[in-house]
Write a protein that binds this ligand. Structure first.
Ligand code: FAD
Length: 529
């Protein structure tokens, strides 16, 4: 008897579906119970939560198997929840939005199909982790650099599909993907852009095809399963110059953001700088108990003590310059001049010959050179050590000091009202800041865990009222975030639903992803019967 299943199927119907999946997979790819699928639960969800529990997991090893699974899911009305590596930690991991869904995990599709040094791109499958792509580039001998997020264990495609970010000049991953192969909800295969033409030579170099561009509708999406994707890489620069900027006084922070904006828009700073507050910077190398044992939110006196440590500040920005010797020296001068009027700011740089990089000890310097690492996972251990949890509350704002200050004050107040520390990492990208509140908690502490999830939900509407939306959200408040995108009486939701109904009439792909529900489950009551 099935322990967990989609609510609208009988146990017999569900078991019949599972048997059909088993027939098209090998033993390694078939995990038919919640226990067998345990590694695809949200690692940071309380253990007694059943809301996002997967019933089973499937790990196909070919595109044909993915297609067969999708066709069977239609036949048996079984919802599938796609992941590539399935390490979307902080946003729900690999867990599905609706309990009883079957996880379709693509780790076994793990080929780096092509690395093209001439045009600086790679063509990869969904199971390829950042570590794998890095190794493949090194092995090929190509003089190319890639972008990585702070953790290298995720997949390039999964991260891109959830609008993820990295920290070299190709760190806006959506902007640097080019050409997809997608299994559609009916099991048929599509290639986007120039790939729509058989044998076309420009699939990985030209982002558009003929007619409306389709790639965007397969990201943060329940309309298809990406089975191949092109990724743009950057030529290895002559020099690599990571920099650190510290802001000693909290009141100087808005001015620092305003001074940063023109450097980003002009391209003087070409990568995606990360700006941490003192708590977040400390969490990369220490635990909370090293600073403060109080149950209340960390007071400013303690935060100041952290900020006074060498290399830290109330806020710290990591960033990097890349390019020809001499040119980046001039860029460095421009950066230094841009912040010279702010008295509490200090800036330092390291300069490396990129062709002969030494072993970089600092994980921040590795990440900005596109070298994968998992060291920064330490941040989740702030409260609970090995049992520390984390939710990303990730709002988007313009790069202005006034918006930054408004959002900072709101998020800090809401977290502190729930007894939590305000830990923030802001990713700057061109005209945008993504303010990620790392809502950290101790999973052993049920009350604090609940407070963390409640704090995120309590933030969504006030942030929207101030003009800030989330670019990505945990399963627990995905619907609430989607509700805020309300222009034109939720015109955007209506278009999403129209596409969903047309392409996936049985609603089998990722129901509820980004708050988009198939027709049969649009009424919340229908999801439990
Ligand atoms: C300490 C810490 C630091 C982090 N730092 C970063 C960071 O710097 N940048 C960042 O972006 N994130 C970061 N994250 C969040 C997350 O860990 C990464 O984004 C990670 O790369 C996502 O996991 P994945 O690549 O395995 O994606 P997956 O879990 O495989 O996929 C994520 C989502 O994308 C969709 N998807 C995946 N594969 C497909 C497919 N083949 N077809 C269609 N849709 C698909 C699904 O909706 C899925 O839920 C961090 C998390 C933690 C805990």
């Amino acid at each position: 008897m099935a322990e967990c299943k989609p609510a609208w199927l009988s146990a017999t119907q569900f078991e019949r579906g599972l048997a059909a999946f088993e027939a098209v997979l090998d033993a390694e790819g078939f995990h038919p119970t919640p226990t067998a699928a345990a590694e695809f639960r949200d690692p940071f969800a309380p253990s007694d939560w059943q809301d996002f529990l997967p019933s089973a997991a499937l790990q196909p090893n070919s595109v044909e198997q993915v297609q067969a699974i999708v066709r069977l899911a239609n036949e048996h009305k079984i919802p599938l929840w796609t992941s590539s590596q399935g390490r979307n930690n902080g946003y729900g991991g690999a867990a599905p939005r609706i309990a009883g869904s079957v996880v379709l995990n693509l780790r076994r599709l793990n080929r780096v199909i092509d690395i093209d040094e001439e045009s600086a791109f790679a063509l990869i499958e969904p199971g390829v982790r950042f570590f794998d792509l890095y190794d493949a580039i090194q092995t090929s001998g190509a003089k190319l650099w890639m972008s990585v997020p702070d953790l290298g264990w995720g997949s390039v495609i999964g991260n891109t599909c959830d609008h993820g970010v990295g920290y070299t000049p190709t760190g806006d991953h959506v902007a640097h993907q080019c050409g997809m192969e997608v299994v559609l909800p009916d099991g048929s295969l599509l290639r986007t852009g120039m790939g729509a033409m058989q044998g076309n030579k420009a699939w990985q170099v030209h982002k558009r095809g003929f007619g409306p561009s389709l790639d965007g509708i397969f990201m943060q999406s329940s309309l298809g399963i990406v089975t191949k994707m092109g990724v743009w890489l950057m030529p290895r620069p002559e020099c690599y110059m990571p920099g650190w900027l510290t802001v000693g006084k909290e009141e100087d922070f808005p001015a620092m953001i305003d001074a940063l904006r023109p450097l980003l828009i002009e391209g003087v700073i070409p990568n995606q700088p990360m700006i941490y507050n003192a708590v977040c910077a400390a969490s990369a190398v220490t635990e909370r108990k090293d600073w403060y044992e109080g149950k209340d939110p960390m007071p400013d006196t303690v935060i100041d003590r952290i900020a006074e440590q060498p290399g830290l500040g109330r806020w710290v920005m990591r960033f990097a310059l890349y390019g020809r010797d001499g040119i980046i020296d001039r860029q460095r001068e421009i950066v230094e001049q841009a912040f010279a009027h702010i008295s509490s700011i200090a800036i330092s740089f390291n300069k490396y010959d990129a062709a002969n990089l030494p072993e970089l000890e600092n994980p921040h310097e590795r990440v900005q050179a596109g070298i994968p690492s998992n060291d920064l996972n330490q941040m989740t251990k702030w409260y609970g050590g090995e049992e520390g949890g984390h939710i990303g509350f990730s709002s988007v704002l313009p790069v202005t000091g006034r918006d930054m200050a408004t959002l900072r004050d709101l998020v800090r107040a809401k977290l502190e009202a729930k007894g939590l520390d305000y830990s923030a990492a802001c990713i700057a990208s061109g005209r945008t800041l993504i303010h990620v509140a790392l809502v950290v908690f101790d999973m052993k502490d049920a009350e604090q865990t609940q407070a963390a999830y409640d704090a995120c939900k309590a933030l969504v509407e006030p942030a929207a009222k101030l003009g800030f939306g989330e670019y990505r959200a945990h399963l627990d408040f995905m619907d609430l975030v989607a509700d805020q995108y309300d222009f034109g009486g939720h015109a955007s939701r209506r278009v999403h639903e129209t596409l969903k109904d047309a392409l996936d009439p049985n609603g089998i792909l990722a129901p509820g992803k980004q708050g988009i529900w198939p027709a049969a489950l649009r009424d919340p009551a229908a999801r439990n019967k």
